[in-house]
Structure formats: structure tokens, C-alpha cells
Design a protein around this ligand. Sequence first.
Ligand code: PGA
Length: 251
Amino acid sequence: MTKIVIANWKMNPASGLQAKRLFSSVFKKTKEIKRAKIIIAPPFIFLPFFKKKSNLALAGQDVFWSNSGAYTGEISPAMLKSLGVGYVIVGHSERREHLGETDELINKKVKAALGAGLKAVLCVGESERSGENFHNFVREELKKDLKGVSRRAARNLIIAYEPIWAISGNRTVKTDKMVRPGELFEMITYIRRSLLDILGKSAAYRTPILYGGSVGAESAAEFLGVGGLDGFLVGHASLSAEEFIRIVKAI
Ligand code: PGA
């Protein structure tokens, strides 16, 4: 399977000019790369600046569950599609935490995105690793967020496993809290097993599973050897064209 690398710019950079510069540096230096599917997820407001390129696809960082109506401030799946956006991140832990997004709401968004033909990148992950319960937490999240998703629609599903405690913005001691490759392998296997129960065999085999807990060029190279891992959801490191390109090149 072609590896996937998503640049989640979050609420960065500060201006349209900086966004254009970042996009064009990544574009120029990744033109020749065929072995990775590179997806840029800028803030909504910058999306119209960018055209889907042969080597770069676009993603929204969020989406609403209805295609039109009185929903002040929201962006619909249809609007994203009209700009050539093919992917959307749903249920990122920062939205769960700061915007109070619940599994019920995320489930609606996943269904709306898939229903509109977007590829939905569903983020799941435990906030802490203590005891054995964190596995179960991730499984329950998957169950709730994927409730009512058909097997057919699930062909456009991507899972991003983000252990919340390892995301850069949540870490105080950088080297202290990293997922080890063995732990990642175990969780990926567990997620595939959960997908088997929830959506069946085909989804368990075919759904790409990305790792999204603070990836840099060095850790990317280390994690690439983890069986069953299909790529990365990169946060802060995607704001530096050089660092992001090093991650892509690691693939
Ligand atoms: P990070 O973020 O790479 O800055 O840790 C990952 C994410 O939240 O997607």
C-alpha cells in the first residue's frame, strides 16, 4: 500500500503569504516523489489558495455533518469538495478537548464526510497509558465513532492513531514520552482487530492506519518498520518544509 503522509498545519501559519510559501516549498521538493501520498491539511481559510496537484492532495481539518443550512461558522462536505478537497480529518483530539466534540457528534461527521465521497481520517487515541484499559478506550471510541457506517462507505476510511499524551503540544518533556515501535505495533494490531469486529474483514485489512503522535524525521524512519503502519499524521513538524520533506523522504 502506498504510504500516506498528512501535514496537519492546525491553526498555522499566521498569514496567507506564509501559507502559500510553505505549500509551494513542499510542492517543489516533493514533485518527483511517487512512493508516498502527500496530503496537506491547512486551515479552511487557506484552502482556496491551493490547487490539488498531482503530488499533493488537500484535506480539511474538520467538517460539519450537514451540506447546507443555518449553521453559523461551519463548513460542509459539499463546500470542501467544491474546492477539490479529497480528505478530511475528523475527531482530532484537540477538537475533542477544546471544542467539546463528542463521539456522537464525530460519528455524524464521519458519516457525512464518507457520504459525500470524502476520505475521512478518523482520529482516535487514549489520553493516558495506565493499566490495560487504554486498549479498550480506543476500541470504544472506534465503536462509537463508526456506528452505522456501512462496509461500503468504510472503503474511504483512514484511521489516525494519536496517543494524546504523545502529541507535541501536550508534552512537557520531549524525550520522556514517546510511543515505542513495539507499543505502536501492538496498538495497530488491536485497531485492526477492532475494525474486524465493527466493519468486517475487508475494512480490517484495507483501512490505512496512520500514526499521529508527534513524528519527526528520525522517529518516522524508526516507525516505518512497524508492521501494518501505513503512514503519518504530522503536526508541528509539517510547519517546516525541510522537516516535513525529510519525513516524506524517509518513506
Ligand atoms: P504533533 O501533532 O505532530 O505536533 O505532535 C500530531 C497531531 O496532533 O496531529
